[in-house]
Design a protein around this ligand. Structure first.
Ligand code: ADP
Ligand code: MG
Length: 245
């Protein structure tokens, strides 16, 4: 087994009386692709936010590279933020900047690269997602699939240790889903560590090393995609898998 990158130890999160995460345990190792699936609204985004420090868990521990997040200094936490690349459903590109400007922003502001270095890195990742020819385009002129590929390139330009994808294809027209999933599959093939919240069961089956089935505030079952989809053990998982296939 490779090195543990993320470890979740009985992580809980409540908003007032709404107990969203009731005790999440799990481990993500270097190079692993974890797909999180659920029936709906089980707290997947909340879980990602508890790991990347956009939320503070109500209870439990989150370790990143064996370091307890609760014990990290401000400086270490901001470094941690740089090590997690985020891709959201809604792209979140800056509309008033060109594609390449979107990619250069964080490397220049956060990592203090100069313009030429940031340009070089930006172009490298734009090529990687097949959009080098869109460098000077504005986001509004791109299709949804292209915007999401730019968002992936922008996250990669920070050279993250882990990539989080929060329903990256949910906002896309069906014909654009494939191009985004294939970029993600290439990343997985290159051994990127990935935590992917998705309803694309085909992707989860093909690409995930582990599938976590979340419901009612817990990870009800985690196993290989074959086991989860073909031979689920828990009643809650059986019910869900029975409905989707
Ligand atoms: P998912 O990503 O699985 O759809 P979320 O993590 O977005 O689910 O939300 C799970 C639950 O947590 C929902 O009931 C939602 O209303 C609640 N929730 C999420 N974020 C907040 C917040 N910032 N304040 C209050 N409630 C929240
Ligand atoms: Mg969500």
């Amino acid at each position: 087994m490779t090195k543990s990158i993320i470890e979740l130890n009985n992580v809980k999160k409540s908003y007032a009386e709404n107990h969203v995460l009731k005790g999440i345990n799990g481990e993500v190792h270097e190079g692993e692709v974890i797909c999180i699936i659920d029936p709906s609204g089980s707290g997947k985004s909340t879980l990602l936010r508890c790991i990347n420090q956009l939320e503070k868990p109500t209870d439990g521990e989150v370790f990143f590279n064996d370091e307890d997040l609760a014990k990290m200094s401000e400086k270490e936490l901001s470094k941690l933020g740089e090590e997690i690349g985020m891709v959201f459903q809604s792209f979140n590109l800056f509309p008033n900047m060109t594609v390449i400007e979107n990619l250069k922003l964080a490397p220049m502001r956060v990592k203090h690269l100069d313009d030429a270095e940031a340009e070089k890195i930006g172009m490298k990742y734009l090529k990687r997602v097949g959009l080098a020819d869109k460098a000077n385009a504005y986001p509004a002129s791109l299709s949804g699939g292209q915007k999401q590929r730019v968002a992936i390139a922008r996250a990669l330009a920070m050279n993250p240790k882990v990539m989080f994808f929060d329903e990256p294809t949910s906002a896309l027209d069906p014909e654009m889903v494939g191009e985004v999933l294939s970029v993600m599959k290439e990343l997985a093939d290159e051994n990127m560590t990935m935590l992917v919240v998705t309803h694309e069961m085909g992707f989860a089956k093909k690409v995930a090393d582990q599938v976590w089935f979340m419901a009612d505030g817990y990870i009800q079952e985690k196993n290989t995609p074959q086991a989860i989809f073909d031979n689920p053990q828990e009643d809650r998982t059986k019910e869900f898998i029975g409905k989707i296939i």
